[in-house]
Design a binder for this molecule. Structure first.
Ligand SMILES: *Cc1c(COP(=O)(O)O)cnc(C)c1O
Length: 389
């Protein structure tokens, strides 16, 4: 069963196995139980089309539109930089640059903030988890408007926090009143996503500022994973508000989801707090090199953003012509309500189109979410959508 066994003395193996069996019988549950806050959670089941797509015939055009990833490869400079790194004497046997210092330097230019406000992370999920681990204790109150990005909720729950989910009449409204009603001076964290996933709802920086000001003892997280698509940001507010953290990622607009690079921006005191448990080698060497190269080719980013905008107009016209209830969001995805969700998903998959079922989310009954790609991809996609809608 385990490769380790051959190193252990056989009599020791037997003894330890017997002992563990005994233990299991006594307590009638696994010998090592998870932490109390984790006990309440169910394993996260990631639903991805990746293996289904890989199983399809070679050469077939498929559409992976289920995870909001960029639909095209990143800037060619990313590959060049990674290859140059690998072919130089930059051996992979060394740990990566600590704290991603060079990447933070590049991010200074991109965000307009000095590096004391910035921290790089292993995807923005890692930043969200670091924030929860640093600032949340058992019983802390967390407020999150829903529907929202569920990973954050899991990270907060794993700390034993109590989550108050704020649900408005329509998930496509920003429902500021509802947020204010749910807040209290004791709220430890308020989690905002703008543009929101999966609704695309964008918060004005003034809305975020108002909340930061009204609740100075609450840490406000503003998750801007889709910032590039909407071009609306609250990141400048971190200079003024010591209770705001903005998280961002290279996984969406920059097309680097496979490299796992994200970052956060906040007051230097917050960054100092986070640095107490931050792992300075959390971003791997190739991720650092790739993200810097992507930041050095913003023309490529802009070209992709323009493609996505144009594609959204094509999709807007298409769904309007079908009288379908479609929300063309400011991010790189659209949400479409259909009468028979399971049917529609099946028909799309038959045609190599993989989208995300979001019908179980509050207010999103019958809804699917679909990433938006380039104009050429969208035109090809429409031929298949025509057969389904
Ligand atoms: C995709 C996504 C993330 C996670 O991005 P990574 O940087 O790949 O971890 C975080 N927040 C939201 C809202 C997302 O949609």
């Amino acid at each position: 069963m385990s490769n380790l066994n051959y190193r252990l003395r056989p009599d020791f193996i037997n003894r330890s196995e017997e002992r563990s069996l005994e233990l299991r019988e006594v307590v009638n549950r696994p010998a090592i139980d998870v932490a109390p806050a984790v006990r309440a959670l169910t394993p996260y089941e990631a639903v991805t089309s990746q293996s289904a797509i890989e199983a399809r015939p070679d050469g077939e055009t498929t559409f992976k539109l289920d995870w909001n990833e960029a639909t095209i490869a990143p800037s060619p400079r990313v590959n060049e930089a990674i290859q140059a790194y690998l072919s130089g004497n930059r051996d992979l046997n060394w740990y990566p640059q600590l704290g991603s210092k060079d990447l933070l330097g590049a991010l200074e230019g991109y965000t307009g903030l000095s590096s004391e406000h910035l921290m790089a992370s292993n995807g923005s999920d890692d930043a969200l988890q670091l924030i929860c681990n640093t600032f949340l204790s058992e019983g802390d109150e967390v407020v999150a408007p829903v529907p929202t990005y569920n990973h954050f909720v899991v990270f907060a729950q794993s700390r034993g926090a109590k989550i108050t989910k704020v649900q408005g009449d329509s998930p496509f409204d920003k429902n500021l009143d509802g947020i204010y009603e749910a807040m209290s001076p004791n709220t430890r964290i308020l989690y905002l996503v703008s543009p929101n996933n999966p609704t695309g709802k964008v918060l004005d920086p003034e809305d975020v500022e108002g909340l930061c000001r009204a609740y100075p003892r609450t840490l406000v997280i503003l998750d801007e994973a889709y910032f590039e698509f909407a071009q609306v940001t609250g990141i400048d507010l971190v200079r003024e508000y010591p209770n705001l953290i903005v998280t961002r990622t290279f996984s969406k607009a920059f097309g680097l989801a496979g490299l796992r690079v994200g970052y956060l921006a906040g007051d230097p005191d917050l960054v100092e707090g986070l640095s107490r448990i931050y792992n300075p080698k959390s971003v791997n060497a190739l991720g650092q090199v790739g993200a810097i190269a992507a930041l050095n080719d913003l023309d490529y980013l802009d070209a992709f953003l323009a493609e996505v905008e144009e594609s959204k107009e094509i999709l807007r016209d298409f769904f309007a012509s079908k009288n379908a209830e479609a929300y063309i969001t400011p991010a790189n995805f659209v949400v479409v309500r259909v009468p028979q969700i399971t049917d529609t998903l099946g028909q799309l998959e038959q045609r190599g189109v993989y989208v995300r079922d979001r019908s179980s989310y509050p207010g999103l009954e019958g809804c699917l979410r679909m990433s938006v790609g380039t104009v050429e991809q969208t035109e090809c996609l429409l031929e298949r959508l025509e057969e389904v809608f």
